[in-house]
Design a protein around this ligand. Structure first.
Ligand code: 1CP
Length: 355
C-alpha cells in the first residue's frame, strides 16, 4: 500500500470483519476495530494449560500449537484481529543464534554480540528455515476466515538491544554505548537485523498475513536525534522492503512520545501509540494521513469497571482526530489482567460510535 489518503471511489466496508483493514487504510467505518497487544498467553488460563510442558521457543516453532494459541484470544474475546503467536527473538533462533526465553525473565542470549568479530559472525536468516512459520500462518488464515491475521517482527534496534545486552535491560546502556561509540559496526549490525526483520515479515505476508506490525519496543530509550541517525534508517529499510506488498503496516514503540513524528516517517501507514501520550496529541505529533493504534494504559484494566469504561470512552473520543483508529492498549496486556475484563472492553468498543 503506497498511500493512506482516504479515497472516495472505493466502497466503505462496514462489516465488523472488515473494520480493522478499513481503519488500517485510513478510513472510518461504522465499527471501531479492537485487538490487544500480547492478547495471547499471559492472562489466559487456557493458554497456561495448553503451554504445560512445552518451552516457549518450541511452542513458537510448532504450527499446531501456534495456530491454537493464536486462536484462543480471538475465540474468547471476539477481537477484530489475531496476532501470530511467536516472539521477536524467533528469527534470531532460526538464524542459529543461541537464545533462550527464560520464564519470568524474557529472552536471554548465551553469547552477547559486542565485538567486531561477534557482528561479522552473525549468520544470515535463511527463509528455508521458516517453513513452520508459513505453515502456521496458512493454517491460521484458513481457520480465521475473514478475521485478519497480524504478522510481526522485532525492529532492528530492539533486536540489537537484546543481542548486545544479552537479555532484558532497564537502561540499555551497553546498546547505547555501542551505538554512539562504534557507529560503523552499529551500521553492520543494524543492517543484518533489518534483513532478519524483512525476511521474517515477508514470509508471514506471503503466507497470507493481512497486516504487519514492527515492534520497536525499546526505541523510547533514545533521544530524537539519536533515533533519527541510528535507528530510523534501518526501520525505514525494513518497511521499504515490503513496499511491493499490499499489506498495511503498523509501527509501534514504547515511551516514544518524543519520537512519534519521526516514527511516522519510517514507511508504515499506521503508527502505534503507547499510553504515555494523550491520543489526540499523538495524532497531531504524527501528522496528517496516518491511522493510529492505541492507547489505553494496560494498568487501567486492573481498576473498577466504571474507571475502565470512562478511560475507554476517552481514548475512543481522542482517536476521532485520526483518519482511522484501531483501538488497542498502549502496550501489552498485563499478566494479572482478568480476561473477562478484556472481553467487556471489546464489547464496549464495539458499542461506541466509530465516526
Ligand atoms: O499475544 C501474544 O502474547 C502473542 C505473541 C507475542 C508477541 C507479539 C509474544 C509471546 N511476544 C511478542 C512480542 C515481544 N516479545 C515483544 C514486543 C512486544 C512488547 O513490547 O511487549 C518483546 C519486547 C518481546 C520480548 C519478550 N519475550 C519479553 C519481554 C522481556 C523484556 O525485555 O522486558 C518476554 C517476557 C518474552 C517471552 C514471551 N513472549 C511471548 C510470551 C507469551 C512470552 C512469555 C513466555 C512464556 O509464556 O513462557
Amino acid at each position: 500500500m503506497s498511500t493512506t489518503e482516504p479515497t472516495t471511489t472505493e466502497p466503505i466496508n462496514d462489516s465488523l470483519d472488515g473494520a480493522l483493514l478499513t481503519a488500517a487504510r485510513g478510513r472510518r467505518s461504522d465499527h471501531l476495530p479492537v485487538w490487544f497487544m500480547r492478547q495471547a498467553g499471559r492472562s489466559l488460563p487456557e493458554y497456561r494449560a495448553r503451554r504445560q510442558g512445552t518451552v516457549m521457543l518450541q511452542a513458537c516453532q510448532d504450527p499446531d500449537l501456534v495456530t491454537e494459541l493464536t486462536m484462543q484470544p480471538v475465540s474468547r474475546h471476539g477481537v477484530d484481529a489475531a496476532i501470530l503467536f511467536s516472539d521477536i527473538v524467533v528469527p534470531l533462533v532460526v538464524a542459529g543464534i543461541d537464545v533462550d526465553i527464560v520464564p519470568g525473565v524474557g529472552p536471554v542470549i548465551e553469547a552477547p554480540v559486542r565485538s567486531l568479530e561477534d557482528v561479522r559472525a552473525l549468520p544470515q536468516l535463511d527463509p528455508a528455515g521458516l517453513d513452520f512459520l508459513g505453515t502456521a500462518v496458512r493454517r491460521l488464515v484458513a481457520e480465521l476466515d475473514s478475521t485478519p491475521l497480524i504478522g510481526f517482527s522485532g525492529a532492528p534496534f530492539t533486536l540489537a538491544a537484546y543481542l548486545i545486552e544479552g537479555g532484558p535491560s532497564k537502561d540499555h546502556a551497553l546498546t547505547k554505548a555501542f551505538m554512539y561509540g562504534r557507529p560503523e559496526l552499529w551500521d553492520e549490525l543494524l543492517s543484518a537485523l533489518a534483513e532478519y526483520a524483512s525476511v521474517f515479515l515477508r514470509v508471514q505476508a506471503a503466507a497470507g498475513a493481512s497486516v504487519l506490525q514492527l515492534f520497536d519496543s525499546w526505541a523510547g530509550a533514545l533521544p530524537a536525534a539519536a533515533y533519527e541517525r541510528y535507528v530510523l534508517p534501518y526501520s525505514r529499510r525494513v518497511f521499504a522492503s515490503l513496499d511491493d506488498l499490499d499489506v498495511p503496516r503498523i509501527h509501534f514503540g514504547v515511551g516514544t512520545g518524543e519520537l512519534l513524528g519521526l516514527m511516522a516517517q519510517a514507511g508504515a501507514e499506521i503508527v502505534g501509540v503507547d499510553w504515555r501520550v494523550p491520543l489526540a496529541q499523538a495524532v497531531s505529533r504524527i501528522g496528517p494521513g496516518h491511522p493510529v493504534q492505541g492507547n489505553l494504559d494496560p494498568a487501567i484494566l486492573l481498576a473498577d469497571w466504571d474507571v475502565i469504561e470512562a478511560a475507554v470512552r476517552e481514548v475512543v473520543g481522542q482517536g476521532r482526530d485520526a483518519p482511522g483508529h484501531i483501538f488497542n492498549l498502549g502496550h501489552g496486556v498485563l499478566p494479572q489482567t482478568d480476561p473477562e475484563v478484556l472481553t467487556r472492553v471489546v464489547d464496549l468498543v464495539h458499542s461506541l460510535p466509530a465516526r
